[in-house]
Design a protein around this ligand. Sequence first.
Ligand code: SAH
Length: 226
Amino acid sequence: MPAKNRKYNMEDTFKLQGKRKQLVDDLKKKGITDTAVLDALQKVPRHFFIAKGLEEKAYEDVALPIASEQTISQPYTVAFQSQLLEVKSNLKILEIGTGSGYQAAILSTMGANVYSIERHEALYKSTSVLLRKKGYRVNLFYGDGYKGLPTYGPFDRILITAAAPIIPDDLKTQLKTGGILIVPLGEGGRQVMTKLVKNKDDSFSVTEHDSFAFVPMLKGKVSDNV
Ligand code: SAH
């Protein structure tokens, strides 16, 4: 669906808040323990980020289609990545793959200073309008996430929300010492959620955490304005 034709349900009713509470309880049962993450998922209305007609599914723990043939990640995946990222107030976080803007809104609600890059121009534009309208203060960029944002770095945290075949060197460089980078790593159907911590000598300590399915991280940017 062309991004500019997207229609959103902008009301947050008690019924939807209740469904959100059930989703958060479900995520706790699935092993999410970081209360700052759970609070943010309770606060941010996910249905704001999903086209009208699909909002009934907003509080099911499933990924859903958004514009430009992309997807909004499953809530469990958003919670899992946010938990691994060890978010704290005022940390400077770079997200690769703005998509719907939901993950960026979660990080911003947790008090982080969020920078996010999207390679689809149409998605970048529609998500910029949406986030501004809903009062989320996030710095959005239309560009290629493989390059990061050299003029805005270094970052305390980097979160890649697309399946990366490799960890881009530019992103490793733009991570502060002691910083954390989270990336679903690998090609094909599933990726291994990988956590890197940057050591003082610029080496990385690497750990692996479960497997997930993301849309691919592709090179270059796309002008798909319609
Ligand atoms: N974080 C998003 C998930 C979006 S899916 C959300 O909360 O909705 C992954 C997104 O990454 C897609 O929008 C896709 O277009 C984008 N993407 C893929 N490769 C990219 C790249 N090299 N640079 C920036 N964005 C990229």
